[in-house]
Design a binder for this molecule. Structure first.
Ligand SMILES: Nc1ncnc2c1ncn2[C@@H]1O[C@H](COP(=O)(O)OP(=O)(O)OP(=O)(O)O)[C@@H](O)[C@H]1O
Length: 782
């Protein structure tokens, strides 16, 4: 027989019913006849009742039932748990009110299925404990608080099995529905704690041994678990009712009497009320079930009234002898399957904890994302830095471009202004030019008209003719002036030429006068020397001007000329070894020859070689000069180069020319530095200006000698002659004829030197120079 269902009612929204057929346990079941009263189709959850008319003992009819689940005799406790306990317990943990209730005749296996705590065959209660605490332990994010309460209804009296002395009563709350006021709620957090409480309660439960069940429950027992779950979005408070109903029994059959009879009567009454409530609930009528007629229905009103997820386990005995009770139980279950259930979650929302929970969930979900972000940012940091750098560069470039564009615009504006200005200037220029052209054309036409008028005027013709004549006169005068100028230029050139000759003659004369002055100085004729020097200096000043460079050079020449003997002596002192007449070089020959001559001059006191040491050099030089002219040897050339200057073809004795070169060409034993002779000019000037102060002249001469010694490496007087080492004088001593010839040559040279060019007489006539000169030379050499 198929269960009657409400129209369009899904299975999940009605009370579920599981039928369990226990195995035969009583002796009469095991060994009695007709024990097989039921057949099942496990796959399709079908059950057939092989009923027979017990009263008449006649015939039999087969009745078919379909339940949500049918557990045959061989089913295990785990099968019952999975069929009836799991989904309900799970619902309680999700905040629903949930209920597993075992219904059936006495001894049908209700307590075994629900409350058995023997190891290996634990009932649904123990299985539920395990499930609840294991599930709570698995989800650490949620916090579960579980309390256990255990009550019984005995003789329609409610009592607390955990604390029997408690006065408890059923009350009803408009919001929470029915509850047991004053009952013990014992906190439990492990299966063992819950089982301990269960054992304690069971020990307090009313049981008795009956014919039908050696350990028959004489009360309805209800284990209640309150499951509070926090830490999620909402606070959930689920309730699980595990109800072990006392078994219905036929008093006649069980044979109870006395108090047991009263117990059976109370049990049956409460079960009858339960049946009526189920009947009304299953009918769908709006009639209110009579929950309040018994403590049992009142207590279970929440569980069976449609507000809970409820599974009813109908326990039946397998034997034909119990078929009457079995039919009743199956019919009860069949009816219960039509009870509509609209379970509601008992949840309250704590918005603070909800917010915290949501934020926690969000953070947990965002955590890997943020970690990934950090990792990516770390890996991309160099590229990001580069991008930022590039962006900065781009911005800077953009700024520069903007500035440049602005500058360009400014430049463009200025350029346009300049162009406009240029255009205006050009137009102004054109306008002015046009005006000038107009004026010029106007003036030209006026002039043309004037000329036309003048060409016809006789006075104008006369003026023109006079003008032409005047022009011719001016041209003739110009030609005359040009001729005069040309003549003057020719005269001036001639004069210039004459002046040049006079100048050179004057220079020549002045040098010779200076030479004589030097000679006179060395002979001790200081006054005459000064006079000759003054004459020579006057010529230099007159012709070149005071302080002229050539005058200075001349004075320096005089310095060397005056000090020539000392130079010679110093030079001699440089000879550290004897040199034969076959000297290796002109230089060596010159050195030794001068030395030789000096010695000879010093030693000679009479005869042909007489003369003071101071005068020796002049004679010697003359001698060398003569040799040079006669022999043309290198020594002569050297000497000539040193102390003479070519003047045309005629070689004139003069220190002029290469004295500075001579100073450089002189041997310099103390070093390569050229002697600084800049002081020589003032020295010469002072010496000749000292007049007859012979001592002072000597002093000055001494200073010059010191300078020479310093410059050329020795000191006068320090080096004694070395006669023993000296070579023999060169050549043979001169004969008188030779001397005479030489003197004649000298005289000729002096005359040649004094051959007065044009203008020379003017210079020397007013002075006694010429006479003194002739007198001096004649007395010394001629
Ligand atoms: N499925 C089963 N397998 C094995 N033994 C069972 C089974 N069901 C019940 N029994 C045994 O049957 C006997 C009666 O069971 P139980 O006490 O559970 O019946 P009951 O319906 O609770 O009876 P009562 O209403 O009188 O309390 C017990 O000895 C029990 O061990």
């Amino acid at each position: 027989m198929a269960p009657k269902k409400h129209k369009d009612q899904p299975d999940d929204d009605r009370l579920h019913v599981v039928v369990r057929i226990r195995p035969p346990v009583r002796d009469d079941e095991k060994f009695g006849e007709g024990s097989e009263a039921l057949q099942v189709d496990k796959e399709r959850n079908l059950l057939w009742l092989l009923s027979k008319d017990e009263e008449n003992g006649k015939g039999a009819s087969t009745k078919q039932y379909v339940f949500d689940r049918v557990l045959w005799k061989d089913s295990k406790q785990i099968d019952a748990w999975e069929a009836a306990g799991v989904s309900v317990t799970k619902g309680a943990m999700e905040g629903y009110q949930a209920c597993v209730m075992c219904y059936g005749q006495t001894g049908a296996g209700k307590s075994y299925t629900l409350a058995n705590n023997k190891p290996g065959s634990e009932g649904i209660m123990v299985q539920a404990f395990n499930y609840i605490f294991e599930t709570a332990a698995q989800d650490r994010s949620l916090k579960y608080e579980i309390h256990l309460s255990f009550v019984q209804i005995y003789l329609d009296n409610l009592s607390d099995l955990l604390q029997p002395s408690n006065a408890i009563e059923i009350r009803e709350d408009p919001k929470d529905g029915v509850y047991v006021a004053g009952v013990t709620w014992e906190p439990v957090s492990t299966t063992q704690q819950a089982m301990n409480a269960l054992d304690r309660g069971n020990r307090n439960r009313a049981t008795a041994s009956t014919r039908m069940n050696a350990d028959s429950s004489r009360s309805h027992a209800c284990l209640m678990l309150s499951i509070k779950c926090t830490g999620g979005p909402r606070t959930l408070i689920g309730k699980l009712y595990l109800v072990d109903l006392a078994g219905s029994e036929r008093v006649k059959k069980s044979g109870v009497e006395g108090s047991a009879f009263d117990e059976a009567k109370a049990i049956n009454q409460s079960l009858t009320t339960l049946g009526r409530c189920i009947e009304i609930l299953a009918s769908g009528k709006k009639e209110r079930p009579p929950f309040r007629e018994s403590k049992l229905t009142r207590l279970l009103s929440n569980a069976i009234g449609g507000g809970a997820k409820t599974t009813l386990i109908v326990c039946v005995a397998p034997t034909v002898s119990d078929q009457f009770e079995t039919v009743n139980s199956l019919e009860f279950g069949l009816q219960a399957m039509n009870v509509i259930v609209k379970a509601k979650i008992n949840a309250s929302t704590d918005y603070n904890s909800l917010t915290a929970s949501l934020m926690n969930q969000r953070d947990m979900k965002l955590k890997p994302l943020r970690e990934l972000e950090c990792k990516v940012l770390q890996e991309l940091q160099p590229q990001l830095d580069e991008v930022i750098e590039l962006e900065l560069q781009c911005k800077e470039l953009a700024l520069q471009i903007a500035i440049a564009e602005e500058q360009d615009e400014q430049d463009l504006i200025e350029a346009n202004e300049l162009k406009a200005q240029a255009k205006r200037d050009e137009e102004e220029h054109r306008r002015v030019m046009a005006k000038l052209n107009d004026e010029r054309s106007h003036i030209a036409s006026e002039l043309e008209q004037v000329l036309l008028r003048l060409s016809d005027n006789p006075e104008m013709a006369r003026i023109q003719k006079a003008h032409e004549a005047e022009k011719e006169q001016i041209a003739a005068r110009s030609r005359e002036l040009q001729d005069s100028l040309h003549s003057a230029e020719l005269r001036a050139a001639h004069e210039q030429q004459g002046l040049q000759v006079s100048f050179e003659g004057a220079m020549h004369t002045a040098r010779n006068l200076g030479q004589i002055a030097a000679y006179l100085l060395q002979t001790g004729s200081y006054e005459e020397a000064a006079d000759f020097y003054s004459q020579a200096k006057a010529i230099f000043d007159a012709t070149l001007g005071p302080g002229h460079e050539k005058t200075l050079e001349w004075q320096q020449d005089l310095f060397f000329l005056i000090n020539a003997p000392t130079i010679q002596r110093i030079t001699r002192s440089m000879s550290s070894e004897s040199v034969s007449s076959e000297a290796a070089s002109a230089h060596e020959w010159w050195v030794h020859n001068l030395q030789d001559k000096s010695v000879r001059a010093t030693e000679s006191t009479d005869g042909e070689e007489t003369g003071l040491i101071q005068g020796w050099w002049m004679q010697n030089l003359f001698d060398m000069k003569t040799r040079s002219r006669q022999g043309g040897d290198e020594a002569g050339a050297y000497l000539s180069n040193l102390f003479a200057k070519a003047n045309g073809e005629q070689t004139i004795f003069t220190p002029r020319g290469t004295i500075s070169g001579a100073a450089g060409s002189l041997p310099q034993p103390s070093g390569a530095e050229k002697p600084d002779i800049r002081f020589a000019s003032s020295w010469v000037e002072r010496v000749f200006q000292l007049g007859d102060a012979a001592d002072q002249v000597e002093e000055q001469m001494g200073k010059a000698v010191d300078w020479l010694a310093e410059a050329f490496g020795t000191h006068r007087g320090k080096l004694a002659p070395q006669p023993a080492a000296l070579p023999k004088p060169m050549g043979t001593p001169r004969s008188a004829a030779s001397q005479q010839a030489d003197d004649a040559a000298v005289a000729a040279a002096v005359h040649a030197a004094l051959a007065t060019p044009r203008g020379m007489s003017d210079i020397v006539d007013d002075r006694p120079m010429a006479g003194a000169f002739h007198k001096m030379f004649h007395s010394q050499h001629l």
